[in-house]
Design a protein around this ligand. Structure first.
Ligand code: GDG
Length: 455
């Protein structure tokens, strides 16, 4: 059988349990990789003069190979093009997009360095699975260096319509780079359709059904929604709910309903709108005063990118404002923390919550929504409030779907959730639970690898 080679910007530490990383990719893939797999990427380290030669680590038969970045690479590739151009653009935030030619140059340089480091490790019949927006040009770089085997790419974040993509000066280069893959995967059908439309408009290649026909290659585009290890997460949540830690949290609530949100502190996640939604719940529906406690976990992320610093200051201010306006001597409505929480604790907190508030302005999928559903006790489940602009909304339409740009809609959904009968909670949860247990992380991996094998 052909060996699987995974390439992603960040490589998880060998045999990590998911307790440290707050990223969705590592969590989904780690349960899938088999002994023999090679996983290659950036070490996370910035060094003065990186050698370009990979360092190796081994965990349960999986080889992890990583290279360092120079500080110029880090600024141009990671902070610059990947996270200041592509991330905002692909989340429909043109106003936040910052483009500089030297950043795009740096992006190409790093992808070339990745290809240089990877080439000597490759065998002809390897199947390479490349992940996410940092590495779009990698297949082209590998082809230029003579690799002719199968290469697939999966985009974890949204793809945008042509009228949005065209704002990026090198849009055409990126689409041509995507056409060097054999399989290109997206989270939803909408993203897939937008990609095919952009390929048609920007590259001049023909599109036949779900394939782009280039000179000498057929690129197959697929929609392959990512999922979680639902059974595993449910088990962890049930166990965690019985621990002293979660009992302390329950005691601190003294019977109040808990509304929970957890994600990286990122402007795509819609935190300010959510805070305003909560404030409107408290001002418009005062009957809930003292009966609800909201817990926002916002794990700090990408702190070298200016926009993230601005967002953090805004949230600090909003959190203070809400608690200043509504607190009583013995009730503080909002608990807000920017530390990362251990995964087992997170699972137990989800299970203890009456409401899961997941309201990104845009999201490729959003695994928190799925984890919240999996963590619930089916006999007394909490209610999921979900943004209609999360990829997960395609599968989880029995959640209370909201437009996250409308804080009143968030407030009204919270009110509905707080008043919802136990029967309706159970019915909605049963449907959501089936969806989450059906489209799992394992299924996601199998679908992608099967498509790549067939290429
Ligand atoms: C990208 C796409 C897509 C969050 N806070 C903590 C913590 N987390 C965990 C969650 C979840 C993961 O991190 C986040 O995954 P998401 O999918 O929600 O979001 P992104 O990080 O933006 O991931 C996204 C995903 O890739 C996969 O394709 O779904 O759309 O943007 O597992 O539970 N984990 C811990 N402490 C925290 O404080 N331990």
């Amino acid at each position: 059988m052909a060996r699987l080679v995974i390439v992603s910007n960040r490589v998880p530490p060998p045999r990590a349990t998911g307790g440290v990383s707050a990223g969705g990719l590592a969590v989904a893939l780690q349960s899938f990789v088999e002994p023999g797999t090679l996983w290659f990427g950036w070490s996370g380290r910035v060094t003065e003069k990186p050698s370009g030669k990979p360092g190796f680590a081994d965990g349960q038969g999986v080889t992890y190979a990583t290279i360092d970045l120079s500080s110029e690479d880090y600024d141009r590739f990671y902070v610059g093009f990947a996270n200041s151009s592509l991330w905002p653009l692909l989340h429909f935030r043109l106003g936040l997009m910052r483009y500089r030619r030297e950043d795009f140059e740096g992006y190409l340089v790093v992808n070339g360095n990745f290809a240089d480091a990877l080439m000597p490790m490759l065998r002809d019949d390897d199947m390479i699975w490349v992940h996410d927006y940092h590495l779009i040009p990698l297949a082209l770089a590998l082809r230029e260096r003579g690799f002719n085997g199968r290469i697939g790419f999966f985009l974890h974040i949204p793809f945008v319509p042509a009228s949005v993509l065209e704002a990026l000066p090198p849009a055409r280069d990126l689409l041509r780079a995507l056409c060097a893959y054999d399989v290109v995967g997206f989270q939803t059908h909408t993203h897939l359709e937008d990609f095919l439309d952009c390929a048609r408009r920007f590259t001049g290649f023909a599109v036949e059904g779900q394939e782009v026909v280039t000179n000498g290659r057929r690129v197959r585009a697929i929609a392959d929604p990512i999922g979680i290890d639902a059974a595993g997460f449910a088990r962890v949540a049930a166990r965690s709910a019985g621990t002293a830690y979660i009992q302390r949290v329950r005691d601190s609530l003294i019977g109040r309903a808990l509304a929970i949100s957890a994600e990286r502190l990122d402007y795509s996640k819609g935190l300010p709108n959510r805070f305003e939604g909560f404030a409107r719940l408290l001002s418009r529906f005062p009957q809930h005063h003292r009966h609800i406690s909201m817990l926002q976990i916002a794990a700090r992320s990408r702190e070298d990118v200016a926009e993230y610093q601005v967002l953090r200051r805004e949230l600090d201010r909003l959190a203070g404002d809400i608690n200043g306006r509504f607190s009583q001597f013995d009730w503080v409505p909002l608990r807000y923390m920017t530390q990362t929480v251990a995964r087992t604790k997170l699972a137990g907190l989800f299970r203890a919550a009456r409401i899961g508030l997941v309201t990104p302005l845009r999201d490729g999928m959003n695994l928190v929504a799925k984890e919240f559903v999996a963590a619930q006790d089916p006999a007394d489940p909490g209610v999921l409030i979900l943004s209609q602009f999360a990829g997960a909304a395609e599968e989880l339409s029995d959640a209370l779907l909201v437009n996250p740009y409308d804080p009143d809609a968030i407030a009204e959904a919270m009110h509905v959730a707080l008043e919802m009968s136990i029967d309706e909670r159970r019915e909605r949860h049963a449907v959501l639970r089936r969806a989450v247990f059906d489209v799992t992380a394992a299924r996601y991996c199998n679908v992608f690898v099967d498509a790549l094998r067939g290429a």
